[in-house]
Ligand binder design. Structure first.
Ligand code: SF4
Ligand code: SF4
Ligand code: SF4
Length: 204
């Protein structure tokens, strides 16, 4: 995790709330989309665990009021995630076409999208676990598809002492100490820091 990661959540509130009065703030989402698309090619979902403002918002704000329960398994299913991704694309496309290219209106489409998704993230984050939204977020799904096999977390079985400390720290509630493919690992590195046996490392 980068040192700035905990401080990025404020951008979610700035865009979702101040954006209603200053729609140009919505264009910030384009920067987010572009960055995550590029980083996903090389590092999978690294953006989610290090640079995403909503990820930071979930981890450091929503976590304070979350019931911290198990994330429902069906939400991880591609039968749920891909339709949500497609739905968001269609909805965004339709809304953008109806702006007729007016700069402020385009910005407002992004602001409203940010507000809607933040509201959903907040509801599921409070009721389940802070990162619940990130298990089915369309942008997370897209990064999973593009670079889920990149920059994998590797477990050195000869060092692992099965203490399970890594899994307790994982915000995505993954089975950390197996070498199974984990395309939804957000490369936050919390498990690596928590491991007393230094058994975990990322490999490109
Ligand atoms: S899954 Fe979506 S909201 Fe969560 S960190 Fe990734 S891009 Fe951000
Ligand atoms: S497996 Fe480790 S790096 Fe990946 S999301 Fe979980 S804690 Fe973060
Ligand atoms: S924290 Fe380290 S030693 Fe403990 S189970 Fe995880 S990988 Fe193994």
């Amino acid at each position: 995790m980068l040192k700035i990661t905990p401080y990025l959540g404020i951008f979610v509130l700035i865009v979702s709330i101040a954006g209603l009065w200053f729609p140009l703030l919505g264009y910030f989402l384009l920067l987010v989309f572009a960055t995550l698309m590029i980083t996903s090619i090389f590092r999978g979902r690294w953006f989610c665990g290090n640079l995403c403002p909503r990820g930071s918002f979930n981890d450091f704000w929503v976590s304070k009021i979350s019931r911290s329960r198990k994330i429902p398994k069906p939400l991880r299913s591609f039968w749920i995630r891909v339709p949500i991704l497609a739905l968001m694309m269609v909805f965004m496309g339709y809304r953008l076409m109806s702006t007729q290219g007016i700069v402020n209106q385009i910005g407002m489409v992004f602001v409203v999208m940010c507000l809607i998704t933040t509201t959903i993230a907040l509801i599921v984050g409070v009721n389940f676990s802070p990162r619940t939204w990130c298990t089915f977020c369309p942008m997370g799904t897209m990064q999973n598809i593009i670079g889920g096999h990149k920059y994998r977390l590797h477990v050195d079985d000869s060092k692992c002492i099965d203490c399970n400390k890594c899994e307790k720290k994982c915000p995505m509630q993954l089975e950390v100490h197996t070498n199974d493919h984990k395309p939804d690992c957000i490369k936050c590195g919390r498990c690596v820091v928590a491991c007393p046996a230094k058994a975990l490392a990322f490999k490109s």
